[in-house]
Write a protein that binds this ligand. Structure first.
Ligand SMILES: Cc1cc2nc3c(=O)[nH]c(=O)nc-3n(C[C@H](O)[C@H](O)[C@H](O)COP(=O)(O)OP(=O)(O)OC[C@H]3O[C@@H](n4cnc5c(N)ncnc54)[C@H](O)[C@@H]3O)c2cc1C
Length: 312
């Protein structure tokens, strides 16, 4: 363990939560080190048009927005390091963290802003059209489908909520579910069934997404009926994959309190975890809002709370 790897504050993650925490902490002279993880810029780098981040009247691009946040963090003095933590020991102070590059980092305070990953179908064609008609966030991208046809994939609460939400914009919403019943709460199921714009396609799985090359855009999905093995194509302008998210919190298991999905628990109206000096911000602790602006807000809260903690 070298002394140079010790920071008063270590921030894990370079999404909106991590960069915002870094900007506030740097300006408070906490000299934070931010580790980017394997996805510098976080989830916003896998989307294209962003229309709901405050401050921009024009549509901006997700990767561009994250570059701006990074530049701002650098300009106020954040030490940004491309590294990923693979093991942590929060049982004694300073906290000790091992990275996949073989380094040991220690810190007096830790902000965990490791985010979450949307679960995807795993199709090659899905990868190709991500950000160009394939999305995992109806709140973010629903607005782009005014009077269009969209499909939603999934059968749980998120899929039901996203399908209902999308009827505010789309003319037709097709919910594709691989089983013959939904896992969503009964009240949501009733709302789905009562909504004239929604059609549920049961026992079906998307096997391929078909679209145009120039510009990249979705046109159809191939569905396989898993009861009789038949296939059919249906037309659609967009696909919303709503089969869940996985918070990036595995390395903190058994050290921090979290729910059964792995979302880290924080105190009410705070980013404090159950370990004093460890704070969690953004999607890693938020199964509800999952937005860049809420993640950034929590990053700000975490930095202010760290400042208070370190001054005590
Ligand atoms: C396709 C798509 C489109 C979206 N569109 C919008 C939109 O238009 N508007 C909007 O507000 N929101 C949008 N969102 C949601 C938004 O991207 C997230 O809510 C937001 O990025 C969460 O920020 P975060 O900082 O919590 O985490 P993330 O953005 O998930 O970043 C997590 C960071 O942690 C790092 N990391 C992970 N594990 C480790 C580790 N072990 N060590 C070090 N670092 C680690 C990763 O490399 C990454 O940099 C979209 C999401 C998706 C998937």
């Amino acid at each position: 363990m070298t002394k140079s790897n010790h920071s008063k504050l270590l921030i894990l993650g370079s999404g909106p939560a991590g960069y915002t925490a870094a900007i506030y902490a740097s300006r408070a002279m906490l000299e934070p080190t931010l580790l980017t993880g394997i996805e510098p810029g976080g989830q916003m780098t896998i989307t294209t048009d962003v229309e709901n981040y405050p401050g921009f009247a024009d549509i901006i691009q997700g990767p561009w927005l994250m570059d701006q946040m990074k530049d701002q963090a650098l300009s106020v003095g954040t030490n940004i390091v491309f590294d990923t933590i693979i093991d942590v020991d929060l049982s004694s102070k300073p906290f000790s963290l091992q990275s996949d590059s073989g380094k040991n980092y220690t810190c007096d305070a830790l902000i965990i802003s490791t985010g979450a990953q949307a679960k995807w179908l795993g199709l090659e064609s899905e990868n190709k059209f991500k950000g160009y008609g394939v999305s995992a966030c109806a709140t973010c991208d629903g607005f782009f489908y005014k009077d269009k046809t969209v499909v939603v994939v999934g059968g749980g609460n998120t899929a039901a909520e996203e399908a209902i939400f999308l009827t505010n914009f789309a003319s037709e919403v097709k919910l594709i579910h691989r089983r013959d019943s939904l896992r969503a709460e009964k009240i949501l199921q009733k709302r789905l069934m009562d909504n004239k714009k929604i059609e549920i396609i049961w026992n079906s799985e998307i096997t391929e997404i078909i679209g145009d090359e120039n510009p990249l855009s979705v046109k159809q999905v191939v569905l396989r009926n898993n009861k009789d093995d038949s296939t059919k194509k249906i037309n659609t302008d967009g696909i919303f994959v709503a089969i869940g998210h996985s918070p990036a919190s595995m390395i903190f298991k058994n050290q921090l309190n979290m729910d059964d999905k792995g979302y880290i628990f924080t105190e009410a109206d705070s980013t404090k975890t159950n370990v004093e000096g460890v704070f969690a911000a953004g999607d890693v602790t938020d199964d509800k809002y999952r937005q860049a602006v809420t993640a950034a807000g929590m990053g700000c809260m975490a930095a202010l709370e760290v400042e208070e903690f370190l001054s005590e």
